[in-house]
Design a binder for this molecule. Structure first.
Ligand code: HEC
Ligand code: HEC
Ligand code: HEC
Ligand code: HEC
Ligand code: HEC
Ligand code: HEC
Ligand code: HEC
Ligand code: HEC
Ligand code: HEC
Ligand code: HEC
Length: 461
């Protein structure tokens, strides 16, 4: 071998070893982007560094991924009464359809890291996918004659998974409703007494009763900031027996006395506000924390955000500034301190904002205003030890897409179904944050009316 060839070999070795060391370091460290085969979808990019959340076993194939999807999304699809669950396709009757498209596996329609084929909601099938199994729909339904397949799942008609507000039965119960109901208001939140019924609440340590300012239990070593004590005194926590130590003192292994922590995390809040914390960790605001990644910041976002907020870390206090833990500011002003897209910025031109403005000034009744949170964090019922409690949904993504999810959880408390379907189907109106009347009309209610009319004629024969 010539000396020249030897040098090539040495170069080759150095480069290969160098790359191997670099890749191993990447694998052990947090930044694993180099291994990603492509851009991750809008739904998952925040947690793409937590490869193991989906690829829990690098050698495991489809089944492992399927299990991961179900772990995170299974209960949501169950609540949504999924129209196309796996069980439908394991039924031998539908084997011919499975042969066309294996709908038993989530990845058939939602693969990852393939930006070039990814549509809204992480769908990686063409927009006429319904055609594969429903090409004969017009045979039993003359009303569907001539409809294009890409329109099946556009707003207001059908969805693949969640059809709770679009079933024919449901539509037929809500024919002919007015645009706006006479009583246009949302359900009130539960009052403080319900906390006594939650068995995991630390009631022995912090009985629910108002505290006085001289009862604040901070240790002497902590700077006494009169503003903090005043804010605490003015608001719900002092009124409900939640002392400084409830949030600031944490037990540490090996120490008898709990230690004062200056900046408590969401984990502390979770001891008393379990549902809110769970919701927060399931959506775009908290999903990184749930995977033990660093908190989300507006600077990392794909959506438009205010420049001034780029470094702010998302936590409970992003919306509920300590120590007032205000819920009204949290519902609009906090959101607008970060969000900067056309829809968010148009909200203040809407009649909904007028209603909200009146409510917070005491010129209109409680629960009649429509804030960002009214739509994105609707109040919902949860059960604790058999008791029903009304809380705010803290997962902003729970009813976001497809937007018909908002019909039942939000709009129908104040509007008729027909008006609401039209408004949500009008993409431009969504951009303008509902500051006008809808300019689109969806015919599903008319179709139901016609079908019921026809049935009556037949029955009457
Ligand atoms: C939210 C879930 C999720 C996360 C997080 C995730 N992936 Fe994936 N990944 C998938 C899915 C789904 C597929 C597609 C599998 C299929 O179509 O069979 C995939 C495919 C891949 C493939 C291609 C495999 C093949 O068969 O072509 C590679 C490589 C990959 N992922 C690497 C990574 C790495 C590295 C990370 C972390 C940096 C990561 N993934 C994070 C869900 C995820
Ligand atoms: C570690 C938990 C986790 C795993 C595993 C996971 N997801 Fe997700 N997924 C999320 C979160 C959190 C979001 C964002 C919040 C939301 O949209 O609900 C999301 C978003 C989505 C979206 C987009 C929803 C939208 O409105 O845009 C789809 C579709 C989806 N996931 C499907 C899947 C599929 C299919 C798998 C399995 C390959 C999977 N997910 C695995 C947590 C997970
Ligand atoms: C045959 C294709 C297909 C299969 C299989 C499929 N999806 Fe979907 N998925 C869709 C379509 C289409 C949408 C868009 C919204 C709609 O029409 O419901 C969607 C939307 C979603 C969404 C966001 C909207 C919502 O209703 O929450 C999630 C989350 C989701 N799918 C998860 C899953 C999971 C988890 C699986 C596996 C259990 C799965 N999907 C299997 C086609 C599919
Ligand atoms: C892989 C095959 C397959 C695909 C793709 C598919 N469906 Fe279905 N769908 C079925 C089966 C099977 C049923 C059960 C009823 C039947 O046998 O027709 C069904 C039933 C329905 C129903 C009746 C409601 C119910 O809960 O029974 C609706 C509405 C529907 N599909 C809409 C859609 C839409 C919209 C799409 C496209 C986004 C779609 N389907 C894509 C197989 C499929
Ligand atoms: C409901 C939970 C809660 C209660 C009760 C509470 N705090 Fe805090 N406190 C927090 C949180 C959360 C932070 C961190 C805020 C941040 O990260 O910006 C904080 C921060 C602080 C800080 C350090 C940051 C600063 O602003 O200087 C001090 C000091 C403090 N609290 C004192 C008190 C005192 C004194 C009391 C009782 C009168 C009290 N806290 C009651 C949650 C609480
Ligand atoms: C020891 C239990 C406990 C802890 C810990 C706790 N809270 Fe509370 N919180 C309560 C109780 C009790 C109320 C009163 C509920 C009511 O008035 O309806 C309350 C009320 C609230 C409210 C509503 C305030 C209002 O004006 O209606 C918010 C927001 C809140 N807490 C956020 C937090 C956050 C954020 C944390 C963590 C930093 C936290 N809480 C920690 C028990 C706790
Ligand atoms: C994106 C902003 C935002 C974040 C982040 C947030 N909240 Fe809230 N929270 C709100 C809004 C808005 C309301 C009032 C909702 C209403 O009036 O219906 C609220 C209400 C509450 C309430 C009183 C109503 C109820 O559900 O009982 C509690 C308690 C609460 N939040 C706790 C928390 C905790 C704990 C965290 C962190 C895990 C947190 N919040 C994070 C916006 C937020
Ligand atoms: C501290 C900044 C901050 C505050 C305050 C905040 N958000 Fe967000 N929000 C974000 C970031 C960052 C994302 C993730 C955006 C992305 O992934 O591109 C997000 C995501 C969302 C999403 C999901 C968007 C999607 O496409 O999946 C909704 C809806 C949302 N926020 C609504 C609200 C509402 C309503 C409020 C007030 C109650 C609020 N946010 C308060 C920073 C904030
Ligand atoms: C009347 C109900 C309503 C109100 C009020 C409202 N939104 Fe929305 N918001 C929606 C609907 C519907 C969508 C569209 C979901 C879809 O179809 O993609 C949406 C979408 C969003 C998104 C996601 C945008 C994207 O491109 O992914 C963000 C972020 C958001 N809203 C924030 C806000 C903020 C901040 C406010 C208050 C300033 C607000 N919204 C007020 C109903 C509302
Ligand atoms: C708390 C009750 C309430 C909720 C919830 C609510 N709205 Fe409204 N909305 C109203 C009232 C009241 C008006 C009429 C205001 C007026 O005419 O002054 C209105 C007006 C509207 C308008 C007409 C605006 C105009 O300029 O004429 C649209 C469109 C609209 N709402 C859509 C929606 C949609 C879509 C949802 C659900 C995502 C929703 N609203 C949720 C109470 C509500």
């Amino acid at each position: 071998m010539s000396a020249r060839k030897h040098i090539y070999w040495i170069y080759w070795l150095l480069i290969t070893v160098g790359i191997a060391v670099y890749l191993t370091m990447q694998l052990l460290g947090e930044d694993k982007t180099v291994y990603l085969p492509g851009k991750t979808s809008h739904g998952h990019y925040q947690i793409e560094m937590a490869c193991a959340a989906c690829h829990s076993d690098p050698l495991g194939g489809g089944e492992v991924l399927q299990e991961a999807c179900m772990n995170c999304h299974g209960s949501e699809l169950e609540v949504a009464d999924d129209s196309h669950p796996k069980s439908k396709f394991t039924n031998p009757r539908n084997a011919d359809r499975v042969a066309k498209l294996d709908a038993r596996k989530c990845v058939t329609c939602h693969t990852e890291h393939k930006e070039e084929i990814t549509l809204a909601m992480g769908v990686t099938q063409p927009d006429d996918v319904c055609f594969k199994c429903h090409q004969d729909v017009a045979e039993n339904r003359p009303s569907h004659e001539g409809l294009e397949f890409p329109t099946c799942a556009t707003a207001g008609c059908h969805n693949f998974h969640d059809n709770r507000a679009l079933y024919e039965d449901f539509l037929s119960k809500h024919l002919g409703e007015p645009d706006v109901h006479a009583m246009a208001e949302v359900v009130p939140l539960s009052s403080v007494e319900v906390y006594q019924t939650i068995s995991s609440y630390p009631i022995e340590q912090f009985p629910i009763k108002p505290l006085k300012s001289n009862e604040a239990d901070q240790p002497i070593s902590v700077r006494k900031d009169p503003k903090i004590v005043q804010d605490w005194m003015d608001t719900a926590h002092s009124q409900s027996g939640v002392n400084c130590s409830a949030c600031h003192e944490q037990k540490t292994e090996g120490l008898d006395e709990p230690v004062w922590v200056d900046k408590p995390s969401h984990k502390v809040c979770s001891t008393c506000h379990t549902d809110q914390t769970k919701g927060f960790l399931s959506g775009k605001h908290g999903m990184r924390l749930e995977q033990n990644l660093t908190p989300m910041t507006p600077g990392k976002a794909r959506l438009d955000m205010k420049r001034t907020a780029h470094g702010d870390e998302l936590s409970c206090v992003s919306c509920h500034s300590s120590h007032r833990f205000n819920t009204k500011d949290a519902a609009v002003e906090a959101c607008l301190s970060c969000h900067d897209d056309q829809h968010s910025n148009s909200y203040k031109d809407s009649k909904h904002f007028n209603l909200w403005h009146k409510e917070i000034r005491g010129q209109a009744a409680e629960n009649t205003g429509v804030s960002c949170a009214t739509c994105h964090m609707p109040r919902k019922e949860v059960k604790h030890d058999g008791m029903k409690i009304i809380i705010a949904e803290h997962n902003q993504n729970d009813n976001l897409r497809p937007n018909e999810k908002m019909l039942r959880s939000v709009c129908m408390q104040c509007h008729g179904l027909g008006f609401s379907i039209d408004a949500l189907a009008d993409r431009e109106l969504v951009e303008k944050n509902f500051s006008e009347k809808p300019d689109v009309h969806i015919e599903s209610l008319d179709m139901v009316k016609k079908r019921l009319g026809l049935k009556k004629d037949v029955d009457g024969m």
